[in-house]
Ligand binder design. Structure first.
Ligand SMILES: [Zn+2]
Length: 135
């Protein structure tokens, strides 16, 4: 899965790409690309609310729960930015950040060590498959 996401990140550069991760207990079973609806997609990402609603619906309808989100930093570090920290709820979800080459996962939590919001964490992405919204 990571190789596929890195390809998407490279193809989307210089814009940030984003999507939703499904799974349980730190293990991703599926990912789904989402529309980046940020005003400035060169520097930020915002998952299309319609994509989020569809993902929540599919999870409720028996799919795997939403585990977190991924997005790319085409030009840089795989650490969360200050903006990422400001926009992340301390909801225990995982944030996967990629730059086309490297990737790192972060846990959105209260009192995280990075900007008070994120802790570094391991995320098992082996075997996760891409999917599209259910019809
Ligand atoms: Zn970011």
């Amino acid at each position: 899965m990571l190789a596929e996401l890195q390809q998407l990140a490279l193809a989307g550069a210089p814009r940030e790409i984003c999507g939703i991760l499904f799974g349980r207990e730190g293990r991703v079973v599926a990912y789904r690309a989402a529309q980046n609806v940020a005003a400035d997609t060169l520097r930020h990402f915002e998952i299309d609310p319609a994509n989020l609603i569809a993902a929540e619906r599919d999870a409720r309808d028996g799919g795997a729960p939403i585990l977190g989100y991924y997005h790319s930093h085409p030009a840089g570090s795989i650490r969360p930015s200050r903006t990422d920290a400001d926009s992340a709820a301390p909801d225990g979800r995982f944030w996967l950040i990629l730059n086309g080459q490297d990737a790192a996962a972060w846990h959105a939590t209260k009192n995280g060590e990075i900007y008070g919001r994120f802790d570094a964490i391991r995320l098992d992405c082996s075997g996760a498959k891409g999917q599209t919204a259910a019809e």
